[in-house]
Design a protein around this ligand. Structure first.
Ligand code: 5GP
Ligand code: ZN
Length: 114
């Protein structure tokens, strides 16, 4: 997948609209277009990383997780509970090949996930 055509790169560059909840130089968080929970936010690095295993940048991954934890608080879902998910490849159902963290909250989650 070319970075020029990647949908999340386009969202990161502001070429496709999104419902933004957080932005800094490196990261963007926005509401999922097809929400699976009352709170369903995607956090992405603006630079193109296709899969979780495609980066050695440990501090970038740490910041991704930290941003999710801050947003969970801002959304009022920290105390009741939430889930963070990074689907990778076919068995997990990764449908967009640009690293993204799902923050899901606002309802009871089941375990194991489907
Ligand atoms: P995956 O299945 O790869 O883990 O998650 C991809 C997510 O991106 C899905 O939950 C899907 O609804 C969301 N998504 C796909 N295209 C767009 C889009 O253009 N805008 C937004 N806000 N979400 C999108
Ligand atoms: Zn991309």
């Amino acid at each position: 997948m070319e970075m020029e055509e990647c949908i999340f790169c386009k969202i990161g560059r502001g070429e496709i609209n999104c419902n933004k909840v957080y932005e800094d130089d490196e990261f963007l968080a926005f509401r999922d277009i097809n929400p699976q929970a009352p709170v369903h936010i995607l956090v992405i690095p603006k630079k193109h990383i296709a899969k979780l295993y495609d980066t050695e940048e440990i501090s970038l991954l740490g910041r991704l997780l930290y941003i999710a934890s801050k947003i969970a608080k801002d959304e009022g879902t920290a105390e009741s509970g939430y889930r963070v998910v990074i689907n990778t490849n076919r068995n997990a159902g990764q449908s967009v090949e640009h690293l993204h963290l799902h923050l899901l909250g606002g309802r009871i989650m089941h375990w194991p996930p489907g």
